[in-house]
Design a protein around this ligand. Structure first.
Ligand code: NDP
Length: 332
């Protein structure tokens, strides 16, 4: 797989470039930046042969099979459509777009062009989450009554740019983190949230965007879900819990990009630690993407998954803004 990077971003430099290079036969041809000097410096630092400021120039390279889009959120839509039209497979960062219509258009365009389109939801690739899902699917906790997501973190200083002060670029904790939690809950429960209520606010970092939100989601099966996402909690720690008629799953430090954490199953026979694989989340995701490109299986999170996680996030934001219960609209 020969990649081009659309966006000289931190997520690419922190995780994705190494993960791409870890793939067998995988390499990176070029990077796009809106700023020529930044693009050149980025390419030099990461050993990438070429940098571009014009997307069409980058897409004109026939040796490129796939693009990874990790610009700020308002740019994903146009860049994905151009890439699809050029016949490139696309791995796009979350949230896929600013609106549901845009996200749906991206997925339809990829279907029509016959290219693989995936959303970079990392959590469902974690050994921890794969193990949790297996516990739920195999009936170890019986009927799932409720789920709780603890995803209030301390946003590192280096990430406090557009995320905390630029609504037009897709800032705010809801597009940043709630969207991941929506994907994770869908992954575990195998169903889509129906209706949400929420409260959001700024608690120290948000300037014109929310930095904290709590929401409650109802699921078609009757399972109740509560989630908490924030940028301002230095010591809260992350976790996810599922409570069923036959047992409860307590997972701590698992809402993270690293292959870490701790899972315990508690049921009538007592408390059991649950082992899980500690592989790199992004390498795992890229492996599934490469297989899908080669005609086998599907990406970890596909385009429809990205549309659905965005739909939940948008509903949570609307519920927080209006103070009303909002039915999640998943588009056409
Ligand atoms: P960054 O802020 O690092 O990069 C986004 C854009 O900001 C880049 O495309 C770049 O523009 C511009 N930029 C980068 N550095 C500078 C600078 N020094 N001065 C001015 N502009 C700069 O964003 P992230 O990497 O944090 O996030 C990018 C995307 O990835 C988002 O959609 C986000 O939601 C997603 N993300 C996903 C994660 C996951 O685990 N799935 C984790 C983190 C982020 P240009 O390209 O034009 O140079």
């Amino acid at each position: 797989m020969r990649w081009a990077l659309i966006g000289a971003s931190r997520i690419a430099s922190s995780y994705m470039i190494d993960a791409m290079r870890a793939g067998e036969g995988s390499s990176i041809a070029s990077v796009l930046s809106s700023d020529a000097a930044r693009g050149e410096a980025y390419a030099r630092e990461h050993g990438i042969a070429r940098s571009f400021t014009d997307l069409n120039d980058l897409l004109g390279d026939d040796s490129v099979d796939a693009v990874y889009i990790s610009t700020t959120n308002e740019k994903h839509h146009a860049q994905a459509l151009a890439s699809i039209s050029a016949g490139k497979h696309v791995l796009c960062e979350k949230p896929l777009a600013m609106t549901l219509d845009e996200a749906g258009e991206m997925v339809r365009a990829a279907d029509e062009r016959g290219v693989v389109f995936a959303t970079n939801h990392h959590l469902r690739n974690a050994g921890s989450h794969l193990a949790i899902r297996e516990l739920i699917r195999s009936g170890r906790i019986g009927r799932v009554l409720s789920a709780r997501v603890f995803h209030a973190v301390n946003l590192p200083e280096v990430l406090r740019g557009w995320r905390i002060n630029n609504a037009a670029a897709g800032g705010g904790v809801i597009p940043d983190i709630t969207v991941h939690d929506a994907d994770t809950i869908r992954f575990h429960l195998g169903e889509d949230p129906e209706e949400v209520v929420a409260r959001a606010g700024a608690s120290g970092l948000g300037e014109g965007v929310e930095d904290s939100v709590m929401s409650v989601w109802s699921m078609p099966s009757g399972t109740m879900v509560e989630t908490h996402e924030s940028f301002t909690h230095p010591f809260a720690g992350t976790g996810i819990e599922f409570h069923g008629t036959e047992g409860s799953i307590f997972a701590r430090n698992v809402m993270t990009q690293e292959p870490v954490g701790d899972i315990r199953l508690v049921d009538a026979s007592g408390e059991t630690p649950i082992p899980f694989e500690k592989h790199n989340l992004y390498e795992y995701s890229l492996g599934l993407f490469a297989s899908a490109v080669n005609g086998s299986g599907r990406p970890s999170a596909d385009g429809v998954d990205g549309v659905k996680s965005l739909a939940v996030a948008l509903a949570v934001r609307e519920a927080a803004l209006t103070g009303k219960a909002v039915r999640v609209g998943y588009g056409g």
